[in-house]
Design a binder for this molecule. Structure first.
Ligand SMILES: [Zn+2]
Length: 469
């Protein structure tokens, strides 16, 4: 455990004049001489003579990881062996489990947690300052003394390492399922969500983000980086539009077009931004998996430029997979004890690791990937794959229903090292619902009857495995 010295230069608070400054005042945060980009609408602010700063951008700039738990309103920042936990509205924080007093309780503004500057300085070993005339916070990391010997580069970046643009979080994919809009990203973002009227819509701005290469391959983006996701089967929502809204702040804007004004709640845990429209009479919906609900991720294999297997008559696996996933989702929507998340809800593409990331970030209870097979012309039937022993029981249960509901040959439950079932940590299976390379399998797979029956079978298997009546 590290002990940081009390490095705050207390005299700087002498410049803080009593009274309020308004959010409209443009404030700045300078860390080691470099300005930090702040969330719009929740910038550093002088509130009741206490300078409050947005904790996420500051701590991420210092190389801390930030975790926000909506349910408990708790923000935890950690680096090396230090974990600092703060709760919105509470003047007590903990540093590695020990109580520490704050001079003002953290507060949430437009989805951003603000904490006292002084506390940040003390706990992160920074010299801090506030110039009330220029409305500028200065933060200086310490290069010696008190054990916090390293200066961290100001860019937090992301771990995925492939196509990122410097300092920007990537938008990997979007989907709409169970009346929720989900944005899968490569890392933490600071969404700014608000409503607009005439016509009614919900706007989600994600500053410091860029469309991932795989996103622009999978989703139509015109020359101005505009596109849309068409939403079917939901009376309140017709589509979600998206665009690179502001080039200078790299803000991607999503607009959910509504048929009438509608409440919503926002969940932004760790790289998945989720806008939940399942609210009743103004009460925000509990987070996904709240109220004891089970979280089921349904993953329609392939998509867009990746068709998967091509059938004897040219039918494409990706279309079968999506049709099945949407039918399963429609049935699961009626289940009050299950929250359903689709990794894709239209003909778009997500990389395998991004499908895994969605399930991990959303803390799924089970993961079910839907595919169709290809092989020698004579090969026929269904099979179920799993990769880790924790998934074996789920595989057995799902396979039992897959065989029964498909009426196809039972090829058995098999263990194989497949990315999505291997890299996830919850029970995960991959269903192969017949061979597109087989003439009779292909014909039956694209009938409504077969798809509806198998969808019912999949739902029955999910319910049996989860112990839901
Ligand atoms: Zn496949």
């Amino acid at each position: 455990m590290k002990k940081f010295g009390f490095l705050v230069l207390l005299f700087v608070f002498g410049f803080v004049l009593p009274g309020y400054s308004h959010a409209a005042a443009d404030t700045h945060i300078i860390l080691d001489g470099k300005e930090i980009v702040q969330p719009s609408g929740a910038k550093a602010e002088n509130i009741d003579s206490k300078v409050m700063v947005p904790i996420r951008v500051v701590s991420e700039s210092l190389g801390y990881s930030v975790d926000w738990k909506q349910q408990s309103q708790t923000v935890t920042i950690s680096k090396d062996n230090t974990a600092i936990q703060m709760i919105v509205g509470k003047k007590k924080a903990t540093v590695n489990g020990s109580n520490v007093d704050l001079d003002a309780p953290p507060l949430v503004k437009k989805g951003t947690t603000l904490v006292p500057l002084r506390f940040i300085g003390e706990q992160m070993g920074l010299k801090v300052g506030w110039n009330n005339t220029t409305k500028t916070v200065t933060l200086v990391t310490q290069n010696s003394g008190s054990g916090n010997g390293t200066t961290t580069p100001p860019s937090s970046g992301n771990q995925d390492g492939d196509t990122e643009q410097e300092g920007l979080v990537l938008v990997n994919g979007i989907s709409f399922s169970d009346n929720r809009f989900i944005i899968a990203t490569s890392g933490l973002t600071k969404p700014n969500v608000f409503t607009m009227t005439g016509p009614d819509r919900i706007v989600i701005d994600l500053p410091n983000t860029a469309f991932a290469d795989s996103f622009s391959q999978g989703h139509a983006l015109d020359n101005n980086q505009n596109g849309q996701l068409v939403v079917d089967g939901y009376p309140d929502v017709s589509r979600v539009r998206y665009s690179l809204f502001d080039n200078s702040s790299s803000t991607i804007r999503f607009v959910i077009d509504l048929s009438s004004a509608k409440g919503y709640s926002v969940q932004n845990d760790s790289g998945v931004v989720l806008i939940d429209l399942n609210n009743q009479s103004g009460t925000p919906a509990p987070p996904v998996g709240g109220n004891g609900k089970k979280v089921v991720v349904i993953d329609a294999g392939h998509g867009n430029q990746d068709p998967g297997a091509i059938g004897v008559t040219g039918k494409r696996e990706k279309d079968f997979n999506l049709a099945m996933a949407l039918k399963v989702e429609a049935l699961l929507k009626k289940e009050s004890k299950i929250d359903t998340i689709l990794t894709r809800s239209d003909d778009t593409f997500l990389a395998l690791k991004e499908r895994v990331k969605v399930a991990q970030d959303i803390n799924a209870d089970i993961f079910i990937s839907i595919h169709a097979n290809s092989g020698p012309a004579a090969a026929t039937g269904v099979e179920t794959f799993y990769s880790r022993s924790v998934s074996k029981e789920l595989a057995n249960v799902m396979h039992k229903y897959l065989v029964k509901s498909s009426g196809l040959k039972d090829r058995g439950v098999k263990m194989a090292s497949l990315h999505v079932t291997r890299e996830t940590t919850m029970p995960a299976v991959l269903l192969e619902g017949g061979f597109l390379s087989n003439k009779s399998d292909e014909a039956v797979l694209f009938t409504e009857t077969f798809q509806n029956n198998v969808a019912k079978g999949i739902v029955a298997g999910i319910k049996e495995y989860l112990g839901i009546q």
